[in-house]
Design a protein around this ligand. Structure first.
Ligand SMILES: *Cc1c(COP(=O)(O)O)cnc(C)c1O
Length: 390
């Protein structure tokens, strides 16, 4: 990334002047053009009325679909607005026709809320949850996955970039295997959208969920679902309303495309804002953003590892922008609080959000420092210096 681009990113993110924000895996700082889009949208609603603003600003809202199609390599009709990544993921998971004995294959790195859905379905329908082992780097073992898939396997569900660590799971290698077997592949791309390049064709997933507020730098309360054209008909959306379906005679028809997964009522200002955030990422360029984030995180990991008493906890062959660590004899919770008092945002990574991984690796609570492209080497130095003074 050129120094000019970094300067532009920081200019567009005024909080950079006063805040050291390493909590981009929680919620990244939104850029000014995104902020302005949300304000403009709310202003239009205030001046015209909500339905009238929706009609007047239809092109901005349509950009949600074409923008995500561009970002993900899909088609606009395969995109649905969702209120969060979890609800997008749920639309697919609860849309599959689960029968007793059906198997779902997951990985230990999965997101906690997804795990809960599986457990709920296990209790409701008696599905069987099978865990694919990790390879020696900690990522999902793709060869083992290939051997595990059997006649009862209905779904492979994977977190592309787990919430609790720096690893990037080999999503495309998993896609090769699931395609071979014709098994449904649901990818949780919540931490990867806006952080790394995500191309649904190259990955070979059937559906993908993401959120607005994390590396995409969109407003809170927004998310996205992509479902491939071929997979849409294999799902029975868990909710229905007059936007997603229509009454026909004594029955009903779903709307064509991924619209059937949407609710009528949406956070329109947020949707317009997230569409702008996608354009912002496309303008800067995902390959450039991804390289910058990975580079900064590698520097941060190296600096932290060189500190006595600090243990970096990230796994995986390929690592992204999430850096997790612990400090000997210092509870992570206290570190996060002390840093925040100094104007440095990180977050706490703890068992609730990745219960299987924390249990398996006997992990204590960890500090999660997650960088974005607008962060700098200078901020990393300040971060390390601040840690040293604690
Ligand atoms: C944050 C996160 C989610 C949940 O996203 P929401 O928008 O809060 O529903 C899902 N998966 C992963 C890997 C996450 O990090």
């Amino acid at each position: 990334m050129t120094p000019e681009t970094v300067a532009r990113l920081r200019r567009d993110t005024p909080a950079c002047e006063t805040l050291l924000h390493f909590n981009n895996a929680g919620a990244a700082l939104i850029a000014d053009p995104v902020h302005q889009t949300v304000l403009d949208y709310l202003d239009a609603e205030r001046r015209m009325g909500g339905y009238e603003a929706e009609a007047a600003l239809a092109p901005r809202l349509d950009r949600f679909y074409t923008g995500f199609a561009e970002l993900l390599g899909g088609e606009p009709s395969e995109i649905a607005y969702a209120e969060s990544a979890t609800r997008a993921w749920d639309s697919v998971f609860y849309g599959l026709d689960w029968r007793e004995g059906d198997e779902v294959i997951i990985h230990v790195s999965d997101y906690g809320s997804n795990t809960l859905s599986l457990l709920q379905m296990q209790a409701r329908k008696g599905i069987v949850i099978r865990e694919c082992p990790s390879d020696e780097t900690g990522q999902i073992d793709v060869l083992a996955l290939d051997r595990m898939i059997g006649p009862r396997t209905r779904l492979v569900a994977l977190s592309h970039i787990p919430t609790q660590g720096g690893m990037v799971n080999p999503a495309a290698a998993v896609g090769c295997v699931t395609r071979d077997h014709g098994v449904f592949y649901l990818l949780d791309a919540c931490q990867s959208l806006g952080q790394v390049e995500v191309d649904v064709q190259a990955i070979g997933c059937d559906a993908l969920s993401g959120t607005g507020r994390k590396f995409l730098r969109g407003p809170r309360g927004t998310g996205v679902l992509w479902v491939s054209k071929a997979a849409i008909g294999r799902l029975d959306p868990p909710f229905i309303d007059g936007h997603s379906a229509r009454v026909v005679g004594d029955g009903f028809d779903w709307e064509p495309g991924a619209k059937r997964f949407e609710a009528f009522e949406q956070n329109y200002a947020g949707k317009a804002g997230l569409a702008r955030a996608v354009d912002y990422a496309l303008e800067v360029g995902m390959p450039v953003i991804a390289a910058r984030i990975a580079g900064l995180a590698a520097t941060l990991r190296a600096e932290l590892s060189a500190r006595p008493g600090v243990t970096v906890r990230d796994q995986g062959e390929r690592k992204g922008g999430i850096v997790t660590f612990t400090v000997e004899d210092r509870p992570s919770r206290g570190i996060v609080e002390a840093l925040r008092a100094k104007g440095i945002n990180t977050s706490l990574s703890y068992a609730r959000w990745a219960p299987k991984d924390f249990a398996r690796r006997h992990l204590p609570e960890m500090v999660r420092a997650s960088v974005h492209a607008y962060n700098t080497e200078d901020e990393i130095e300040r971060f390390i210096a601040a840690l040293d003074t604690l």
